[in-house]
Design a protein around this ligand. Structure first.
Ligand SMILES: Nc1ncnc2c1ncn2[C@@H]1O[C@H](COP(=O)(O)OP(=O)(O)OP(=O)(O)O)[C@@H](O)[C@H]1O
Ligand SMILES: [Mg+2]
Length: 373
């Protein structure tokens, strides 16, 4: 078991372009940390640096107390599972799982015991003598996991290991993997661009974005528990990235007193959490963030609100248990959640919905930061 420390970590594949810039983060011993961010932001690059598959351009990388910048991958005591499992097709499940231990020269009796235990943990007993081609995608994926857990490493590194599975299996495996990690308590870094995986699996989430052309802008936007990141996004990037459907981010202005947010003719009282910060920015432009679940039909919502917002229905997206309605408010598109039952509006209809004012988020459009930070 070990912590992982990224100390001003940097990576440039070519001298001109920093892919990872000044990344500072500590992953605690036993923690399940998820790296999430859009395609190309550098998630795999960071993971591959931790694994030793990619050199570190600047900064230090520590596993436990040890600086590992120049330590070979095989000496880092880590096990990595990739999106493609790369099982040996001519070997049985047993041999695929045992192989890494055999090449390390572990005694056969111990190998047998470890493979049996891993197969048991992962529900692979029934398939132990099969070859990979006789397995489903989910079973193959479990073999790849088995290969990692028999090593009993200090650190697990996962790079989108579930993305090749169908939706149902992915949901199942993400719960299984999270349970397994909680039981083994092995420090884990898990990379995904799927924010549902991020929300459901990690003790903490690290939200990354591409390092900008501005040398002051690094990759890290926010680190916190899933609920911290969801409920109090630190900046516009995190606010827009976490949550499906996305948070509505609307250009608005603070009143001259700073006590109200003005969104065209709608005046929303500033939520208590932002009162002090909003007074300091009175009269200025802000970005108002409202999650779709905080806008709804009066007869459906379970919060009291005196504030409503009116627009014109653009399109409905029925999801079965609910309907996402997109409506236009003075040129801005806003989405809200409605229950699927009852009469639904049609495109072109006017619509008036209640806003849960206490759940608003306010951001400074210049710094892109949450007000008060
Ligand atoms: N070997 C390489 N040489 C040059 N550039 C690279 C190399 N590997 C990755 N990059 C670039 O570095 C950036 C980060 O790539 P990386 O694979 O880390 O992104 P990612 O966040 O894992 O994306 P995805 O979600 O698509 O897997 C990308 O712009 C990519 O084009
Ligand atoms: Mg990647």
């Amino acid at each position: 078991m070990a912590s992982i420390t990224l100390d001003h970590l940097g990576k440039a594949y070519t001298p001109e372009v920093a892919v990872i810039r000044d990344l500072c983060l500590t992953i605690r011993d036993g923690e399940f940390m998820v790296f999430v961010g859009p395609s190309g932001c550098g998630k795999s690059t960071v993971l591959r640096m931790v694994a030793g598959l990619e050199t570190v351009t600047s900064g230090r990388l520590l596993i436990g107390e040890r600086v590992v910048n120049d330590v070979l991958p095989k000496d880092r005591d880590i096990a990595m599972v990739f999106q493609t499992y790369a099982l040996y097709p001519h070997m049985t499940v047993y041999d695929n799982i045992a192989f890494g231990l055999q090449i390390r020269g572990m005694p056969e009796a111990e190998i047998r015991q470890r493979v049996r235990q891993a197969a048991d943990t992962l529900g692979l007993d029934a398939f132990i003598d099969r070859k990979p081609k006789a397995l489903s995608g989910g079973q193959r994926q479990r073999v790849a996991l088995g290969r990692a857990i028999v090593r009993n490493p200090s650190v697990f590194l996962f790079d989108e290991p579930l993305s090749n599975l169908d939706a149902e299996l992915r949901v199942h495996m993400r719960a299984e993997l999270a349970k397994l990690q909680r039981r083994l308590k092995t420090t884990t870094v898990y990379v995904t661009h799927d924010q549902v995986e991020a929300m459901t699996m990690g003790h903490r989430i690290c939200v990354l974005r591409p390092a900008g052309s501005d040398p002051a802008q690094g990759n890290l936007t926010q680190v916190g528990t899933p609920m911290e990141v969801y409920d109090t996004p630190a900046n516009l990037f995190t606010a827009g990235f976490m949550g499906t459907p996305k948070m509505n981010l609307l250009a608005a202005r603070l009143s001259d007193s700073g006590d109200e947010v003005l969104l065209h003719e709608v005046r929303l009282p500033v939520a208590p959490a932002f009162r002090d910060a909003a007074r300091q920015m009175k009269g200025r432009d802000v970005v108002l963030g409202l999650r779709p679940e905080h806008i709804g039909a009066e007869r459906e919502v379970d919060w009291a609100s005196d504030t409503s917002i009116t627009g014109t229905v653009e399109i409905l997206e029925p999801l079965g248990h609910e309907v996402i309605v997109h409506f236009e408010v003075h040129g801005a598109s806003v989405s809200a959640r409605l229950r699927a039952h009852g009469a639904l509006p049609d495109p072109g209809d006017p619509i008036t919905l209640k806003v849960r004012v206490e759940a608003m988020h306010l951001f400074d459009p210049k710094t892109e930061k949450r007000l008060g930070l």
